[in-house]
Design a protein around this ligand. Sequence first.
Ligand code: NAG
Ligand code: NAG
Ligand code: NAG
Ligand code: NAG
Ligand code: NAG
Ligand code: NAG
Ligand code: NAG
Length: 611
Amino acid sequence: MLLHATFCLILSVLLFPNSSAISSPIQPYTSYRYSTELQSNVADLWWTVNETKQEIIFELHMKTTGWIALGISPAGGMKGADIGLGWVDQKGQVHFQDRYAKNYTRPIVDTTTSDWFGLQGREENGWTAIQFKRLLDTCDTMDVPIKSGTNILIFAYGLEDPDMSEPQGIIYYHDNRRGSRIIPLRSYGNPSPEDKFAGLDYFDFQLNNYNVPVDSTTYHCKVYKVPSNLTERRHAIAHKTIIGEGNIDIVHHLLMYECNPTAVFDDNNLPDGLCDAIYQQLTECSANIATGWAVGGDHIVEFPEIAGYPVGGDFEIKYYMIQMHYDNPKQLSNRRDNSGIRFYLGKELRQEELGYLTLGADSTPVSIAIPPRSDRFVIDSYCTASATKVIPKSGITVTTAFPHTHLQGRTVWTKIIRNGTAVDYLFNGDAYDFNYQFENRLPKPVKLYPGDELATRCVYNTMDKNQTTTGGERTQDEMCLHMFTYYPRMKNMYGCMMLIPDAIWAQKMNISQESFDYLKLKKWLVDLQWTPESVLQWQEFYNDASRLLLSGRAGNFTIDLLPRLPTYKDLQPAECKSDARPNTAAHQHAFTTFTLIPFFIIFAMNMFARK
Ligand SMILES: *[C@@H]1O[C@H](CO)[C@@H](O)[C@H](O)[C@H]1NC(C)=O
Ligand SMILES: *[C@@H]1O[C@H](CO)[C@@H](O)[C@H](O)[C@H]1NC(C)=O
Ligand SMILES: *[C@@H]1O[C@H](CO)[C@@H](O)[C@H](O)[C@H]1NC(C)=O
Ligand SMILES: *[C@@H]1O[C@H](CO)[C@@H](O)[C@H](O)[C@H]1NC(C)=O
Ligand SMILES: *[C@@H]1O[C@H](CO)[C@@H](O)[C@H](O)[C@H]1NC(C)=O
Ligand SMILES: *[C@@H]1O[C@H](CO)[C@@H](O)[C@H](O)[C@H]1NC(C)=O
Ligand SMILES: *[C@@H]1O[C@H](CO)[C@@H](O)[C@H](O)[C@H]1NC(C)=O
């Protein structure tokens, strides 16, 4: 528990690195799909994932001529790390080792299988560069699989090579030479450097010196009009989330909505205030989610080259709404904020136009009611063939996925169902972490066709709760949203969301449907007393209850009643391809092995028990 608590603290003090600046003076061995600066002027990482081979190749550069190390930690709970550690010796020979620290106090050295493999390495200008690889899932229960979704990376280095004068080898650990980074290795957005967009026209939807309330949770909503000088339709090719200076600790997320084309406002007095207070003015703007950013995510998102986000001129959307979520548990005062979003406009129109599609459950107590003390509560939603018939015959291409839940969420995924059979994931946010949310770039764009069905699952853990968690907007409420970017844009399809009908709840509450309302339901849910049995029964209720399916766009939703959630033939559980493991014997003699137990005790303890 103590370690868990300190871990959370570490997460909250991490700095957000600048996007993709690379400082290593060494040229990487090959070109990689992704790269990022792990630590300014200290550590850079490149990597490529081969989903067919289920393999990942890394190249790590660190500013040292001693040892360097990269580890994978299981997302969510920080129980230990799977670590590759290497160095280049005096003769220029590269050494690389698979190490494992399953526990803080009792690190286990994996001597049976080696799952990290050094490929090549060199030292230059005081830096060390090593290329190495690993299977995504080594099939070894003593290893940490690199799941799809968000991964926790740790890195460290020493100033000297291990001292080989003793048979076990000695590694000198130096306290500050380590760090941590949370990143989706298999779906990283690989943001372009901002200077790529220098010189382009842009516009901002930004707050103006907003006085953030002294409340632990604030939802601020503001409507923006498309800039008046965009008299011709343009295509945005990228956007940048702007976080007001000094406010990274309280800006939790922002969501941009497109208001309905029918929305009319007084342009001199656009709605601007606490979302709940101005809710009635926002009915035309609060259903069609466009894009967003949440804590931990990359600030720059560039669109695929073929498509742009239409804005201005004859484009039907004239107003946008940005909902800012401030998370201010310390109730800090005197915070002024200018956060918002910037769109960079391309010089020419692109071939296709982007749209946004949201799947999941409505963010209300009728959709989401999770019992406490459940280590795995599942809420499923389903988008049916009749809802997806609006997809054009030639299909749409989905390029990014943005899963979103609040604190209790652990997994968010969507599967594609064709003719009653799951054919693939649209995106699998297997390892979801509320503190690190990303607009994930799909490893390969995915095509969807009319009649395709989409099953979305959110999995929650409420072991730290003692009351029902209900759907809603506060951080302590829950959500189940899976948002996608795609092209070509569909006019009448923003969302496909599920909820449990009022009648079912009224029956459950044993009241008449006429006397049912959300407030009553919420109070009833929160007052429920739970036992382990009733928690299990609640899951069965959720699995079996009938559903309402809302699909389309705000003001024009189609509502279907489904007597129960559709069932489908599931994907075959992914086989762990252990035979794809490289021949370990061949590698063993090339790389010195020795145990590092004393080092790893210190390594792990310093890594995780930092205040
Ligand atoms: C992945 O590995 C397979 C099998 O070796 C190979 O054919 C394919 O080209 C690789 N893909 C990428 C993107 O490197
Ligand atoms: C990890 O360490 C804790 C505390 O010493 C111990 O209770 C637990 O059993 C260990 N877990 C494993 C998998 O060794
Ligand atoms: C619109 O006007 C703003 C300043 O008022 C300017 O920064 C921007 O470049 C203009 N945009 C276009 C497309 O002309
Ligand atoms: C769907 O499945 C049914 C029964 O398995 C089969 O008869 C039918 O041909 C399939 N349709 C398509 C479009 O694959
Ligand atoms: C429920 O949990 C909250 C905080 O997690 C705590 O303040 C409260 O005392 C708990 N209530 C009960 C009845 O355990
Ligand atoms: C439901 O309410 C009715 C009337 O209020 C009562 O007679 C009945 O016992 C209740 N049933 C349950 C299961 O609570
Ligand atoms: C409402 O949506 C349907 C498709 O679901 C579309 O045919 C119709 O034109 C839409 N109506 C309006 C007013 O947008």
